[in-house]
Design a protein around this ligand. Structure first.
Ligand SMILES: Nc1nc2c(ncn2[C@@H]2O[C@H](COP(=O)(O)OP(=O)(O)OP(=O)(O)O)[C@@H](O)[C@H]2O)c(=O)[nH]1
Ligand SMILES: [Mg+2]
Length: 473
């Protein structure tokens, strides 16, 4: 499999010029068409007429006011600002111009089509960022962070993406690689020693390698958190029929997301909504009430409910305060195999205070740490307490041992392989005949680490990373 080395990648001498609308495809005050590549400025010259712009001599980081004309029909298409970026001081590292247009989808389409007629090719998804990577403007982990930044939906996700974009993870990985390579070089130097020279002291080498392994393990532990930070925390609302799960979803979401009726067995499909609480992104899943099903449709719904509850990051178990803890509730509780965030006695508005106190004394949760709350999804009573319990739970779950650094699955896979190689090198060091193999394993560990930042990544993986980007990024 060919390997892409961003720093030493053989740049084709002639690369074409690409263009795309880089803003959202929706009507907005402003929209931008970016053109990047060796012909960016001359293409600008073919479509743009405005004060003082000269394609051959225009300087970097200037703004020109003027109009875009179609290069064939000469028809005027929009009043624009043209921004110039000379390589390498651009996002892609290539000559780039950006046309700030009026943000109508039709106008933008016309301007893009003028640029394409003038000689540009429509950019593939992620192609601007791919070029930035190939031109050494950012490494692979930083490029992934660009996608995370765009998709960030919470303060926590944004902070983590920004840190990765700034190269926090990359620097950690680079340091670990250096450590592994230095260790390999040390071992290789031992092999050159003459018989009569004093035998090397492997103690400090071992210490350095176990520190390296501990650091990798610490990064690996952040991958679970990484998923929560990036994709949000998934909470399943689970309980018997009619306890008020859908009402609760609607109350927490602040809108009528799910159907509510007095009939037990109303919800069939899983209904979800995403909310932000305390800087975290939470997706709530309302599910079908669990009971011995009456008919195929309900049966299928309950199956989905159980599946959802077993995939969620946490579960809210809802009970009806008017009914107390029934054998049906017991059965639901037993089906829950994910962390229980809280037990909720709902419909507290419909029962007297004295009964509520009794309910709170009922032994329900399998452990003592799960909070038991009384709420009314109907009136909103107690929901503030529930929200702080949720925030607290998610905060704890997304705490990382590595101040903001969280790794994605692709990184975790590479880290696991690097760790395996490191452990193998340890074993070879023990049986000292195989010391040359120890050095080999260390170089392998370094390669696995390099895959995270794109130094030793296969072309297929690089392609896959950028294919997930949107067009224009
Ligand atoms: N008094 C009172 N009624 C409630 C409360 N929450 C829900 N209800 C009522 O209970 C009934 C069932 O509510 P749903 O939210 O549909 O219950 P569910 O758990 O989603 O039911 P299924 O979808 O059938 O599993 C409706 O008539 C709601 O208005 C509450 O806090 N207090
Ligand atoms: Mg429901």
């Amino acid at each position: 499999m060919p390997v892409v080395h961003s720093a030493h990648f053989e740049m084709p001498t002639v690369r074409d010029t690409i263009a795309a609308i880089i803003t959202a495809h929706a009507a907005a005050p402003v929209g931008i068409v970016r053109v990047s590549g060796p012909d960016a400025f001359s293409i600008g010259g073919r479509v743009f007429r405005g004060s003082g712009f000269n394609a051959a001599h225009a300087e970097s980081h200037r703004i020109y006011y003027g109009h875009v004309h179609h290069p064939q029909t000469q028809e005027m298409l929009d009043e624009v600002l043209l921004l110039t970026f000379r390589r390498p001081r651009s996002y892609t590292g290539e000559d780039t111009i950006e046309l700030s247009c009026h943000g109508g989808t039709y106008v933008l389409g016309q301007v893009l089509s003028a640029v394409l007629t003038a000689g540009a090719r429509h950019a593939e998804p992620g192609e601007f960022t791919l070029r930035a990577f190939l031109n050494g403007r950012m490494d692979l982990a930083q490029a992934e962070a660009v996608a995370d930044l765009i998709q960030a939906r919470s303060a926590r996700a944004l902070r983590s993406a920004l840190q990765q974009r700034e190269g926090f993870l990359s620097r950690r990985i680079a340091a670990l690689r250096r450590q592994a390579l230095e260790a390999a070089a040390t071992i290789e130097a031992w092999l050159e020693l003459d018989e009569d020279e004093s035998p090397p002291d492997a103690g400090s080498l071992r210490a350095s390698l176990s520190q390296c392994a501990a650091s990798i393990e610490s990064l690996l532990r952040t991958s679970e958190v990484g998923k929560i930070v990036r994709e949000g925390f998934r909470i399943a609302i689970v309980g018997r029929p009619n306890v008020g799960k859908s009402t609760l979803l609607n109350a927490l979401a602040g809108r009528d997301r799910a159907l509510v009726t007095p009939t037990a067995g109303t919800t069939r499909d899983v209904v979800s909504d995403t909310i932000t609480l305390g800087g975290f992104n939470l997706t709530l899943y309302d599910t079908a009430g669990i009971r011995p099903a009456k008919g195929m449709v309900e049966e299928a719904g309950i199956q989905r409910a159980i599946e959802m509850a077993s995939q969620a990051d946490g579960v809210l178990f809802v009970l009806d305060a008017r009914r107390g803890f029934t054998t049906g509730d017991q059965a639901v509780l037993q089906s829950i195999n994910r962390p229980l965030i809280a037990v909720l006695w709902n419909k507290r508005d419909a029962v007297p205070e004295s009964r509520l106190r009794k309910l709170l004394d009922t032994q329900i949760a399998t452990n003592d740490v799960t909070p038991v709350l009384t709420v009314s999804a109907l009136t909103g009573a107690g929901l503030d307490v529930l929200e702080s319990v949720l925030t607290q739970h998610v905060r704890q779950a997304s705490e990382s041992s590595e101040n903001e650094i969280v790794v994605r699955e692709r990184h975790a896979e590479a880290l696991r392989r690097a760790l395996e190689s490191l452990q193998a090198s340890f074993r070879h060091l023990e049986g000292s005949d195989e010391i040359v193999l120890a050095a080999e394993e260390l170089r392998r560990a370094s390669d696995h680490l390099g895959a995270i930042i794109g130094e030793t990544t296969s072309e297929d993986v690089v392609r896959e990373v950028f294919a997930r980007f949107c067009v224009g990024k």
